[in-house]
Design a protein around this ligand. Sequence first.
Ligand code: ATP
Ligand code: MG
Length: 556
Amino acid sequence: MTEQETKLDFVRSIVADDLASGKHDSIVTRFPPEPNGFLHIGHAKAICVDFGIAKEFNGKCHLRFDDTNPSKEEQEYVDAIKADVKWLGFDWGENLFYASDYFGQLFSWAVHLIESGHAYIDEQSSDEMRAARGSLNEPGTNSPYRDRPAAESLELFHKMRAGDVAEGEMILRAKIDMAAPNINLRDPAIYRVQHKHHPRTGDDWCIYPMYDFAHGQSDSIEGITHSLCTMEFENHRPLYEWFLAHLPVVATPRQIEFARLNITYTLTSKRKLKKLVDSNVVDGWNDPRMPTISGMRRRGYPAECLRAFCELIGIKKTEGTVDFALLQSILRDHLNACAPRRMVVQKPLKVVVTNWPDGHVEMINAKNHPGDESMGTRQVAFSGELYIERDDFREEAPRKYFRLKPGAEVRFKYAYYLTCTDVVKDDAGEVVEVHCTYDPETIGGDSPDKRKVKGTIHWVSAQHAVDAEVRLYDHLFNQANPEEGGDYLANINPDSCQVVTAKAEPSLTEMLADVVQFERAGYFVHDITSTSDKLVFNRTVAMRDSWAKLEKKLQG
Ligand code: ATP
Ligand code: MG
């Protein structure tokens, strides 16, 4: 094997072998979401696997909506899923399919199974069926209807189809083996009555196929070669193969399972995410705290970071939990390299420059990126009244506090060295204004006498700054495992969104498309859903915690 080949994960190895052996001339995969919610980061992984592998091997990947359950599915979800897959950077081209398009074919195949003695109508109640299924240790028991004549089952199946049967009154089951060690093979249900309107087929049907009876056959109809899914379907594979073996299908796809993606502080279940939406814990599916693709997009996560993350964690058979910090570190590395810089003061404290010429405004040249000259510079107004971060000043400061404190000199980034001379306090004794003098010789933030200052802080000019609402997001859950203690709703982090009104450089009003680095604070993106004139920014990710760590040290 070449070095290249030894690096392939187990799915790619299977695909490569099938192409090399001539089993397939080209490969076809599919991504099969059920449109019962918005896609989340787990789906992003599946999309990267399904579409990514097809692309690498010059094959195709279908987008197929697994819309066999009309009670939970909606058009809104179909539209959102399409938008999310595209945004992630993948394209199904002409290969957009719906399992519901195969209802006619699936119905004929169900009839085929009845006629060939491999399926029967069961009229037991659901409780009776459950009791007869047995357990992991005991075999199940045959239904009294199991050996009824095929003609009788066929007649009843047509009755079900005609709408003359109530929900739960009877179902169609495959006749496999009630003693099979794999419970999925104990005469699984394949069709049930549901008097429900379907978003695509309307009222054409009142019986709907079960997932297991639809999935493999849909794969076969579409000529899927490798049907990639998560490990929970491993026990369904024998059934997947049983149906294909007992039906007159042309193509026999191969199902291959890989481990789900789990991430700390993150729920990856549409059902549970829907609960958060329905119970207003979050502000919709695209709330920036949600691990949905739309939430992460609104949070400012670039699609390429999500793809890089999925690539890095790779495909394995064994389940594990990935640290959310890994995703954050990918985001920081990427954004550090490409995000333009701006100065924004989140918790403003006024600074008055006492020796500044009255009313004078100076335009200062500031780099848009410290390491990328091609991003150019901008002009920032400096004046006699500025805002700095409240945390950047301390009246009683420890020796190692290198920001502004009485008597100390610090660099105001790109501008001047300033020395704190005095403070103004309110009645409660809180500092409301800091007085400083500036050294005109230090223009541009450098001193000609090479005098050293240890601290550099950011600032905005009070009269020029614009207000921006800034949303500081943290984990939605306060437990690394959101299910800790059994109830994820009990583990919601009450401080997952803090809103502050910040003072920003006016040029921020022109930064509505890209993620911007607010100097020293982190990466932020304009909220795409905000319609008011007010600037609203979402925090994508904070800077590495070095400031927080230093702060702790200072306090300790
Ligand atoms: P959920 O439980 O969130 O509804 P699901 O598996 O039921 O997830 P589907 O819409 O049926 O959601 O899934 C579409 C595809 O995405 C499937 O192939 C499934 O295996 C895959 N998938 C779902 N969750 C994850 C995950 N956490 N990691 C990797 N792949 C996933
Ligand atoms: Mg599902």
